[in-house]
Structures are given as structure tokens and as C-alpha cells.
Design a protein around this ligand. Structure first.
Ligand code: ADP
Length: 229
């Protein structure tokens, strides 16, 4: 099997005023293409920071990230954005939908910006896939948290990414609604072969993924293959 993500000796430090805070220290791991992978650990352990670095949303201070066969340190910002548009989907805990666009536009506009010709049609098919075709013209404020997260999922999947990063995708949802979103994520993995990298505090969800990376204080304290694989 090939590796879709290779992380080697990552370090990340945030500076606030005169204080320096090392949030990731000597992080190395790999993710197999097509696998499901979770990152767990206490609040403040560096999970979100790590996810952002892996997805090319931010840069490490040192170390190497290879995403879909491309070393990210070799790319300038434009090239990095191109790689993200082509290969990466990202789901945020707080959905991050644009409030002035309806559900359909939240999915179709990014597609249009990437040059897709049939963006509205594709967006509608994706909303249908996540069970929200009848909410297409509703604005985020008119949608429940679970519905907003499903729109966010449709948007994250609109470019058919090879790898989907999800930061606490069920964090703001009740159990039943969270399960709907998780089921959709695993369906994408099964049907489209999309690699999933999920940050979660939900150990039950983590145990449904094939590999679990546990962070504490910015370091890896466990990297194990689960019974699922
Ligand atoms: P987790 O996702 O595990 O809760 P984070 O990656 O969000 O952890 O944060 C790790 C640490 O880095 C925390 O102490 C947090 O306060 C700090 N941190 C996160 N983002 C920033 C930032 N932009 N500037 C300064 N400190 C930050």
C-alpha cells in the first residue's frame, strides 16, 4: 500500500509577545492511502495544529510533510493552494459556512472559483447525497448544526479529494446527528476510497478508524493499529 501522508520530525512553536510555546515536538507518522486515521488527545495537546499542518493550511517551523507524493516544503503558497484544491477536503468543528450564501451556493461557489463548469449541478447532487436536497435554498442560520455540518461535508467533498481532514466533525452535534455525519464520512471512505484523517475526542469514533495517533503535550505517546484494519 502507498502512503498518502508522510510526516517527519515536525516542530511547531507559537509566539505570543515574548513567550514561545512549542505545541508540536518531534512528530513523525504515516497514513496509508485509503485508510481511516484518527488523532486523539487532551485539549491543548496540539491536534488541531497538527491537522492544519498536514492539510497545508499552515507551515511547520521544521520537519517535512509529504502529501499525495508532494513535499509541501517545496511548494510556494500558490502551488500549495492548487494542491489543496485538487487533493484536499477540510471540515471544521464550527462548520465555517459563509452566512450570506445558501446551502447550495456554499457548495457550488468554491467549485465555480476552481473553474468547474457544472458547479450548481454537482453541488445539488452532493447535497442530495448528504440528504439535504430539500434544504438547498436555506441559509446557514436556517439550518440545524447537523444540517450545517452535512453542507460542510458536501463542500469538503465537492472537489473529490483524495484525503479529507475533519477537525472534531461531531464536536458540536448531539449523538444521533453526529452519527449521521460519521456514517457519511465512512461511506465516502468506502465508496470513493477517500482517506480520512479525523481529530476527535470521541474514543468510540476513533476505535472505528484503522489507526489511532494519541498526542499529549505536543508529542506522540501512542500510534496504534486498531482491530478494524
Ligand atoms: P488541541 O486541538 O489538541 O486542543 P491546539 O492545536 O488547538 O490543540 O492547540 C495547542 C496549543 O497551542 C494550545 O496551548 C493552544 O492554546 C496553542 N495555540 C493554538 N493556536 C495558537 C495560535 N494561533 N497562537 C498561539 N497559540 C496557539
Amino acid at each position: 500500500m502507498s502512503k498518502i501522508l508522510k510526516i517527519h520530525k515536525l516542530e511547531k512553536t507559537y509566539t505570543s509577545g515574548s513567550k514561545k510555546l512549542t505545541v508540536l515536538n518531534d512528530i513523525s507518522f504515516e497514513v496509508e492511502k485509503g485508510n481511516t486515521f484518527s488523532i486523539v488527545g487532551p485539549s491543548g495537546s496540539g491536534k488541531t495544529t497538527l491537522l492544519g499542518l498536514c492539510a497545508g493550511l499552515d507551515r511547520p517551523d521544521s520537519g517535512a510533510i509529504e502529501l499525495c507524493g508532494t513535499p509541501l516544503q517545496d511548494l510556494n503558497e500558490d502551488q500549495l493552494a492548487q494542491l489543496r484544491n485538487k487533493e484536499v477536503g477540510f471540515i471544521f468543528q464550527n462548520f465555517q459556512l459563509l452566512p450570506t450564501l445558501n446551502a447550495l451556493e456554499n457548495v457550488s461557489v468554491p467549485l465555480e472559483l476552481q473553474g468547474a463548469k457544472n458547479a450548481t449541478k454537482v453541488a445539488m447532487e452532493l447535497l442530495d447525497k448528504v440528504g439535504l436536497a430539500d434544504r438547498a435554498h436555506h441559509y446557514p442560520s436556517q439550518l440545524s448544526g447537523g444540517e450545517q455540518q452535512r453542507v460542510a461535508l458536501a463542500r469538503a467533498f465537492s472537489n473529490r479529494p483524495s484525503i479529507l481532514f475533519a477537525d472534531e466533525p461531531t464536536g458540536n452535534l448531539d449523538e444521533e446527528t453526529g452519527e449521521k455525519v460519521v456514517k457519511l464520512l465512512f461511506e465516502l471512505n468506502q465508496e470513493a476510497g477517500t482517506t480520512l484523517v479525523i481529530v476527535t475526542h470521541d474514543l468510540e469514533l476513533a476505535n472505528r478508524t484503522q489507526q489511532i495517533l494519541r498526542l499529549k503535550g505536543g508529542k506522540i505517546i501512542m500510534n496504534e493499529t486498531t482491530a478494524v484494519s
